[in-house]
Structures are given as C-alpha cells and as structure tokens.
Design a protein. Structure first.
Length: 570
RNA sequence: UGGGGCGUCGCCAAGUGGUAAGGCACCGGAUUUUGGUUCCGGCAUUCGUAGGUUCGAAUCCUACCGCCCCAACCA
C-alpha cells in the first residue's frame, strides 16, 4: 500500500467524522474535481401544503450541508404549483422552521411560481416542436388509456393535433375559456414505455384557483414534472437531490431539460427518505392527525414536525447531529427512536440547568427538625458546566419527595426510601424513614422521618454511605405546576405498514400531571431554555403556561437503568 | 408476466479485488451527592442465497430469493 492511498484513506476517515461522507458528497466532489461544476448549487424544495417534519430535516441538512461544505449555495424554493393544496400559513411556517433548524438561504428564496412565465413559454416551445399536445380526453378515460404496468398505453385521438390547433387551444386554456379538467397539455414521448412517467405525462392542467402568490393571474398550472427540473435549470442548480420515489421521474426530468432551451443542465440524484420508528412521516397522515384532532396541532409536542419538536424542547443542534449520524444512502430503512434520542440527551446534558421538581408528591415530615425553621442550602446548577454556578434552595421541616422513591416493602435492589432506610436528600441531609402514614384506603400519604444534622450538605462526618440520593422540594415554597409527559405517538414501530394507521395511535402518548411541585428558582422567567429536573429528565416551559401557572413539557427522560432492572425482575 | 431501485451485526452505516470502520442498542466493570454523566472492556471468521472467476471476493460474473417505488390533471 502506498503512502498516498493511506493518506487519502485517512483524509476520508477524518471527513467522515466531520460532516459525514456519503455517495452524494462523493458525486459532488468528483464533479467539482473534474471541473464539471464551478459552483455547487443545491436546493431544498418543499411544497407549502403542510409543516416540515424530521424527514425534511434530513433533506435540509443534506442540501444546505453539501452547499456549505463545497463553498456553494443552497436555495429555499417553494414548489408551489398546486394552489388547491397550498397555503400562506405553510409558507411562513416552513421558512421559520428552516431558520430554526439553523440554515440560511440568504437572498436565495424562490418559488416555482416565480417561473410560471418562462414555464408557459417553454410549454409553447414544446408544442411548436411537435413534442406536446393538448388532450381533451376526460380524466378517467385517460387513466384507462395509459395502460397498465405490463400493457402499453393507447394513443389519445387528440395526440396528432396540428401545432396550430395545439397552440390555439393551449392559449385558450390559459385565457380561462375552459373549466377545470376539460383539457391538459401532455408531452408526446412514448406510450409504450415501461416507465409510466414517459407515457405522455401531463405538463399543464386547468385549475381555476387563486394562488397564494400569483393570485388570479393564472388558471393553468404546471405539474411537478414540468416545473421542477426547469426551475432547477433557471436557478443553475447543479445537484437536484430528491428522494427515491422520484427515481422513475429522472428520465422525464432529463427529457425535458434536453428538449427545452433552459439556461443550465442540472442533474437529479436520489436518496432514501427517513422513516422513524413509532411515528409517521407522511404529510398526508400528519395533516389528518391535525384535522381530526388526534393531536392539538402541527406543533403538538408528540408530532415529528419541526414545530412539534421545537415545542417539545428538542434543540435544533440535536436534530442536525441526528441527521449526520443516520447518514445518507439508497437503502430504505426504519430508524430506531434511540438513535434520535441519544444526541438529544447528549446535548441537553451539557447545557441544561439542573433543578429539582417533584412530579408525584409525597409529603415528608422531618420530626426532629425544628418547627418554623428553614435554611438555605447551596446547589450546583450544572455539574457538567462549572460556569453555570450555584443557587440556594430552601430546606424545611416539611418537604415533598417523589412517590416512586418510597416503597413500603422494597425488593432487594431498591436503594431508595423505605421504613428504617436512610437516604440522602440532594444538597441537604441524610434522612431516615421512621413511619409511613396511611389513609383509610391504606395508601401511604405521608412519611415521618428524622434527619441527621451532622450531614448538612450531604456528607456524613463518620463516613457512612447511603445508596440513594433523592430530589425533593420544600413544602413551604414549592410552586405548583403542570407537567406533560410524552410517549411515542404510535404504539407500534411501523404504523405506516398497518391497515388502519389510526388504530395504531398510542392512547398513552400524553400524560398530564397537574399536581407537581417545582423549585421556586424555576419561576420568574419565561425562558424556553432546557432544564433538567434532577433524576427525571429534560423539560422546557410550554407556551400554555400562564403567570403563576407554569406548564412543562418533558422533552425526554434520563436514561433509567432502574426502570430496566425493574422490568427484568418482571 | 413491464420499468426502476435496494439487500453488510438488533437499528443506522462505512467499505468500490487484498483479507469487515464508526454510531445507536445491548452486556459487563470503574468513578459518581442525579440508579444521570464520564471512563474502560465485550459485541459480524462474516457481508440475502447458491454457484463461478481469482493466489485472494462484501467488493467481479451467473442464477435464484426477498423487500421498496411506479398505472394522480399530487409532490
């Protein structure tokens, strides 16, 4: 092995660690090296008919990422060719989401609708070249005549209209002389093609509908196939990256580029779209979830939308890291949630301020602690980041601890509180449980404990150890709060594969806890910054919060090896 | 029975003829005032299957098997 190849391999490995390496970057790099491309231009082309989701994030990171890595640019271009489905609300939301994710298109904001003029002229160009014709065949009939996967299509009786007649009809289509569906403009390619997209695809259809941007200027609109590649060419996009289901469209993409006087020669490449376990990334289904009220909206924290993830408290950097880790390939896959969750925890662990919050309160009375006395104890804000400093928390005779942290008859491996057992209250004292007070129903409603004054701060002078450290909050100044816990939206890994996807919805995807008590240090701001409720997980303030009535979303729980242990024990 | 793709560890994914990267998950073990974090170690004699070519194959050839996409005037 020569040193040259070794160095190359090392360089490639280094690159792989950085931005990730994949077949698309290899193609772009080869094009640049060979001089086929002077400036790399990509584009992210959403249709404004819904909100962006994490699958789009993969594409955004890919397109903007490649442009950045190769010193090129990435356009944000709305694929707004179907005014019956597209809305301004979605346009605005998409722009906001792309920015939130951390990408900047600079001045390169475009719309396919910006090109309706040239697109129309190019349609005329095809007609004049005898490569497109106006077809009056009704929709259903045209469908029949297209043939099947194994049988060729049959020609429409309008297929050989004269150029003059086609020109006239197409002009009148544009002039609004015909109702929706009356006629279409079709490319004249090959009705016997094995590739259905080449069986005289529709280029223009009549749609008497107001467009969010062009208003009533047009009543005929280009189809995706006619608009996309030409838009790429107009913008001098060099690498038009899309998902696998468009692979069959590439011959048509190329045919149009080759038969039109477009200003540049873009190339289309395809990669496998993201599938995430226990959720769904189909805009059709997401739209229905919203429309039918299965979720509170596009930004419901259970939704895989960027708006939902944002409200849930997922940092954009974690999404970018996720996209980097899953890579880009051409094989369909179903990515486990754990792969998404890891970078979320990893990032939040570094930045989230620690606070104490009791989600399911159980009252504790320290019997040997003087009535009416309180004291301030110092607590660390983030052990991962000394610069985050410390804060004071109030301790008193009456406290709340987590219900789950007490068991009357604990199994061997349960380290927490039980009668006679001593534990540490974080940053405070060792306490020992003397008695569990029950109500008439036999439920534990209060713990009577004693504390060891010598353990102030959390260490015993005699060196004795405890097995557990519990979070807690002083009854006197704890603030009531609502906390929302989330599970996956669906109860099965691949809901899209089910006959009835809505039957797969997880009935426990949302749990609302209304009697939580949080540390006062959490109140006073309306910061959306992530916090860690110690021993529980990462949370963020929800917009539903009102003054004095905080509402927190659990972004994600901490890793919980005790829960795992419990599950093992059955 | 047509066309286009894809099959490497439980999940992603490198690898492009020279003897299977990495991440997640999982399993140990150390540290720990979060059963968190961090750390250390383990985890594919094998690349859908079967043949073939070759000194040598996940990488080349052949056949087979499996999965995905395409018959919207959606994108």
């Amino acid at each position: 092995m020569s040193t040259g190849t070794a160095a190359e391999a090392a360089a490639r490995e280094a690159a792989a660690k950085e931005g990730g390496r994949d077949f698309l970057r290899d193609i772009v790099e080869a094009d640049v090296k060979a001089g086929r491309v002077k400036e790399v231009v990509t584009r992210f082309p959403p249709e404004p008919n819904g909100y962006l989701h994490i699958g789009h994030a993969k594409s955004i990171c890919l397109n903007f990422g490649i442009a950045e890595e190769f010193g090129g640019r990435c356009h944000l271009r709305f694929d707004d060719t179907n005014p019956t489905k597209e809305e301004q609300e979605f346009i605005d939301a998409i722009e906001a989401d792309v920015r939130w994710l951390g990408f900047d298109w600079g001045k390169h904001l475009y719309h396919a609708s910006d090109y309706f003029g040239p697109l129309y002229e190019w349609a005329v160009h095809l007609i004049k070249a005898g490569k497109a014709y106006v077809d009056d065949t009704p929709l259903e009939e045209m469908r029949q005549m297209r043939g099947t996967l194994t049988e060729p299509g049959r020609p429409s009786k309008f297929r050989n209209r004269s150029v003059e007649e086609n020109l006239d009809l197409f002009r009148r289509m544009r002039a609004g002389e015909f109702p929706n569906g009356a006629r279409v403009l079709r490319a004249k390619i090959d009705l016997a093609a094995g590739n259905m997209n080449l069986r005289d695809p529709v280029l223009y259809r009549i749609l008497h509908a107001a467009h969010p941007r062009t208003g009533d200027k047009w009543c005929i609109y280009p189809t995706y196939d006619f608009a996309h590649g030409q838009s790429d060419a107009i913008e001098h996009v060099t690498h038009s990256i899309c998902t696998l289901e468009f692979e069959d469209h590439r011959p048509l993409y190329d045919w149009l580029i080759e038969n039109l006087p477009v200003p540049s020669r873009p190339r289309q490449y395809e990669f496998a779209r993201l599938n995430l376990a226990y959720t769904v990334l189909s805009k059709r289904v997401l739209t229905k979830l919203v429309a039918e009220g299965h979720v509170s909206g596009w930004d419901d924290p259970r939704m895989p939308t960027l708006a939902g993830l944002r409200r849930r408290g997922v940092p954009p950097a974690a999404i970018r890291e996720f996209a980097r880790r899953i890579g880009v390939a051409r094989a369909n896959s179903l990515v486990e949630m754990a792969i998404f969750e890891h970078p979320v925890r990893e990032l939040l662990n570094k930045i989230a301020l620690r606070r104490m919050a009791v989600l399911r309160p159980l009252k504790v009375v320290i019997e040997n602690y003087p009535e009416g006395r309180t004291e301030q104890l110092e607590a660390v804000n983030n052990p991962e980041d000394p610069s985050a400093g410390t804060r004071r928390v109030r301790f008193g005779r009456e406290l709340f601890v987590e219900r789950d942290d007490f068991m009357e008859n604990p199994p061997k491996k349960f380290f927490r509180l039980s009668p006679g057992k001593e534990v540490r209250l974080r940053y405070a004292y060792f306490i020992k449980c003397r008695e569990a007070v029950k109500n008439a129903a036999g439920e534990v409603v209060e713990l009577r404990c004693t504390y060891d004054p010598a353990t102030r701060g959390g260490n015993a002078p005699d060196g004795r150890k405890v097995q557990a450290t519990l979070h807690w909050v002083a009854a006197a100044d704890a603030v009531p709060a609502e906390v929302r816990l989330y599970e996956t939206l669906f109860k099965t890994p691949d809901p899209a594969a089910a006959d009835d996807i809505f039957a797969e919805l997880n009935p426990n995807s949302l749990e609302v806890l209304t009697d939580c008590r949080i540390e006062p240090a959490l109140v006073g701001g309306n910061s959306r910054e992530a916090v860690q409720f110690e021993r529980q997980g990462y949370f963020c303030l929800d917009p539903d919060s009102a003054p004095g009535k905080p509402v927190y979303n659990r972004t994600i729980g901490l890793r919980d090896t005790w829960a795992k242990e419990k599950a093992k024990g059955g």
